[in-house]
Design a protein around this ligand. Structure first.
Ligand SMILES: [Zn+2]
Ligand SMILES: [Zn+2]
Length: 382
């Protein structure tokens, strides 16, 4: 098999990886570059017209892996996890966008055969729900692509390692954290304990800035809210996402989860959910998930209740704080009397986790991706 990294080798995000075997040509991820203001389609023959790819596999729903899927020729079969697709569809519906149309779904350890190549997904932990590593096999050769992954989530990393092959020819491995300040990443469950301490100590309202599609984090914050005797409030966009997965994922069908609306234009959306309005919120201890676009809503709420003794919990990558809308939101929240607390842990593998993966799959060759420090891998293999 041949591997061409069209994009993502020496940058974080925008992954596009081509794998070919005889007459079969597939892509692993078709990501948009992070921070790209306008979409520019890369020059890849047979992807956007006159299709010559046999399939496209998406490891997970983050835009830097999925974003170009909206632009590729729809005659090319597309595969993604089923829960991932439900999340993407709910988010697209909310935004009024036309969604992707997968041909089939990735399932843990269930191989998909495309021409000469067999692709086997391995469910892994990441800040996107339903993420997969992808193993490509043809002619007795094995290539493992990690997508984005971590070992500090609630899924067992040891169990994943146990399921992976003992030997691969090529390992295409993410290295996001290798150029960032490395601290030992907190486990998602430890983060929950920290949140419980903060939430119990707070005497006012609690707002959490976090991604509406980071399901693990929603679970963490919900559990901490429950353990500190607070209801959990999700804006309609998040309620749409969590309800699309349903089951054990905290959503407004839970007794202690309520939806709220920040855009009165979308009143229809609330019919689906049990809601809590501002007047009732003002009398109820809560943890509310917020986005930086909700400043006006929070100011309205501050007229009905005191924010004293309350918290703004920042639970995202620290880099986003540089964005103007975000820094303004945080500053205004402080002015309203909220104390800003950072409670976050990485969605990406730390160096020891990458070492453990390499140790397990014994790659003949390592192809770094999604990193600004590809040299780390060469140093490691010395
Ligand atoms: Zn990524
Ligand atoms: Zn990701």
């Amino acid at each position: 098999m041949n591997v061409i990294i069209h994009r993502g080798q020496n940058q974080i995000g925008g992954n596009i990886i081509e794998v070919t075997a005889e007459n079969t040509r597939i892509l692993l991820d078709v990501g948009l570059e992070l921070d790209q203001k306008e979409v520019t389609l890369p020059e890849i023959d047979g992807l956007f017209d006159n299709p010559s790819f046999d399939a496209v596999f998406i490891s997970h729903y983050h835009g830097d892996h999925l974003g170009l899927a909206y632009y590729i020729d729809n005659r090319i079969p597309l595969y993604i996890g089923e829960a991932s697709y439900r999340i993407v569809k709910a988010a697209d519906d909310y935004k009024g966008l036309e969604s992707i149309t997968p041909s089939g779904f990735l399932r843990h350890l269930q191989p998909i055969v495309v021409g000469n190549i067999t692709v086997t997904p391995f469910l892994c932990d990441h800040s996107a729900f339903d993420s997969y590593m992808l193993l490509c096999e043809a002619d007795g050769e094995k290539i493992l692509y990690t997508g984005d992954f971590r070992s500090n989530g609630r899924k067992s990393f040891d169990r994943l390692l146990g399921a992976l092959p003992d030997k691969v020819d090529k390992l295409i491995c993410e290295g996001t954290t290798l150029s960032r300040k490395t601290q030992l990443p907190l486990k998602e469950s430890d983060l929950e304990e920290q949140a419980v301490i903060e939430f119990r100590r707070a005497t006012g309202p609690i707002f959490v800035l976090q991604s509406s599609t980071n399901i693990d984090r929603i679970v963490t914050m919900y559990r901490a809210a429950k353990r500190s005797g607070r209801v959990f409030l999700q804006e309609v966009y998040m309620a749409d996402v969590t309800s699309a997965i349903g089951g054990r994922i905290p959503n407004p069908s839970f007794d202690d989860v309520y939806a709220f609306l920040t855009d009165p234009q979308r009143h229809d959306a609330l019919v689906k959910y049990r809601r809590m309005g501002k007047e009732r919120m003002a009398k109820t201890p809560f943890v509310m998930c917020v986005r930086s676009s909700m400043l006006r809503y929070l100011k309205g709420l501050a007229k009905l209740m005191s924010f004293e003794g309350g918290l703004l919990v920042y639970s995202m990558w620290s880099g986003y704080q540089q964005q103007p809308a975000m820094s303004r939101f945080i500053a205004e929240c402080e002015e309203m009397g909220l104390k800003v607390v950072s409670l976050h842990t990485s969605g990406h593998a730390d160096p020891d986790t990458i070492r453990a993966l390499i140790e397990k799959v014994q790659p003949t060759e390592i192809i770094p991706i999604h990193t600004e420090n590809a040299g780390w891998f060469a140093e490691e293999s010395k």
